[in-house]
Design a protein around this ligand. Structure first.
Ligand code: NAD
Ligand code: TYD
Length: 337
């Protein structure tokens, strides 16, 4: 079985590549990644010499290269993670989000259409549904209309519609997954949890947007990987699955938990100007996926402890990321020291 994993040098794709290489020694796992600022291959040191792991550097929006790679490799499965993924960057500069997330997805769909793929799994996000209010009894289901609010979520929703259209029009076998906020090993430190852990460890202020009361529904990346494994192998073509483990927290609760676990002071919290169009709350109803047999292993309490320990034990990985380019991004984004 040949599996193309796009974005396999990033956070979730990287964890998925490692999961697949370990779990399916008989599969050949091809990591297709352009190695943008968010991609790095050092995370794959332990598997880079495995016979069933392969890396191909390619831009998914480069039609000619993608067509020729797909023609040569004849993949059985495509699991598509590659994307521009950070909401704040999409607010400052939306264009690359359209190129990578929309055009890149369409080119991959064209390439998959040329071959007899068993499944094209499109990894999307709950952010395509827009926002929920603070009523704890409301959840996103697969039937919730798409109402994206940020350039990032609009680009992901556009790609979801293209995937759906390729299924309806050309009968391409597809699934779309929409997961909540992931956390865990190798999370790039521009996102809330790794940014907080790395800054608290360096005794630096942590920017909390607005009043910190916005809610996210946290999913451990290992639980996300097992969910995609099930969807890829078990789900009927054309179906959409929400992925989430009922772990809703306010941003302030998340930051306070990290500070407390690391034995530091809440004086490190700095409330900063709110994000433009900041979605209030995300919360997933995962019933449909649970019916396929998926069950998350991590509750937030154990997952965050595991994650904090991972960042303590893997300082070298994230310290290398906090380079001049990252510092420039941080200083432009936040006016704090
Ligand atoms: P990430 O930013 O950590 O990694 C993205 C990867 O894609 C990087 O390795 C990057 O080099 C690669 N990439 C970017 N542009 C490319 C291009 N033009 N060609 C080839 N490769 C390219 O992202 P992530 O957090 O791992 O997210 C993976 C997927 O999951 C994305 O599609 C994202 O929308 C979705 N998602 C993420 C979250 C989350 O909490 N991180 C939640 C829901 C959905
Ligand atoms: P983020 O990790 O960027 O994920 P997303 O925007 O995809 O949900 O942000 C998670 C939440 O944390 C979101 O409500 C914005 C907030 N946030 C902060 O308060 N401070 C920060 O420095 C960052 C990056 C995010």
């Amino acid at each position: 079985m040949k599996v193309a994993v796009t974005g396999g040098a990033g956070f979730i794709g990287g964890n998925f590549v490692q999961y697949m290489v370990d779990k399916y020694p008989d599969y050949d796992i091809y990591n297709l990644d352009f190695l943008t600022y968010a991609g790095d291959l050092t995370k794959h040191k332990e598997i880079e010499n495995n016979k069933n792991y392969h890396f191909i550097k390619v831009d998914i929006a480069d039609r000619e290269s993608i067509m020729s790679i797909f023609k040569e490799m004849q993949f059985d499965y495509v699991v598509h993670f590659a994307a521009e993924s950070h909401v704040d960057r999409s607010i400052s500069d939306p264009e690359i989000f359209i190129r990578t997330n929309v055009l890149g997805t369409q080119i991959l769909l064209d390439a998959a259409k040329q071959m007899d793929v068993k499944k094209f799994v499109h990894v999307s996000t709950d952010e395509v549904y827009g926002e929920l209010d603070f009523d704890p009894n409301t959840f996103f289901t697969e039937e919730t209309p798409l109402r994206p609010n940020s350039p990032y979520s609009a680009s992901k929703a556009s790609s979801d519609f293209l995937v759906r259209a390729y299924h309806e029009t050309y009968n391409l076998p597809v699934n779309i997954t929409r997961c909540s906020n992931n956390y865990g090993p190798y999370h790039f430190p521009e996102k809330l949890i790794p940014l907080t852990i790395s800054r608290v460890l360096n005794n630096e202020k942590v920017p909390v947007y607005g009043d910190g009361k916005n809610i996210r529904d946290w999913l451990h990346v290992y639980d996300h990987c097992s969910a995609i494994d099930i969807v890829m192998h078990e789900a009927s073509s054309g179906e959409v699955y929400n992925i989430g483990g009922h772990n809703e927290k306010t941003n302030l609760e998340v930051v306070q938990t990290i500070i407390r676990t690391l034995g530091k002071s809440e004086d490190l919290i700095e409330f900063v100007e709110d994000r433009l169009g900041h979605d209030k709350r995300y919360a997933i109803d995962p019933t449909k996926l649970e019916k396929l047999g998926w069950k998350p292993k991590y509750h937030f309490d154990t997952g965050i402890e595991h994650t904090i320990n991972w960042y303590l034990e893997n300082k070298k990985w994230w310290e290398a990321i906090i380079n001049e380019e990252y510092k420039k991004y941080f200083d432009e984004q936040y006016q704090i020291n």
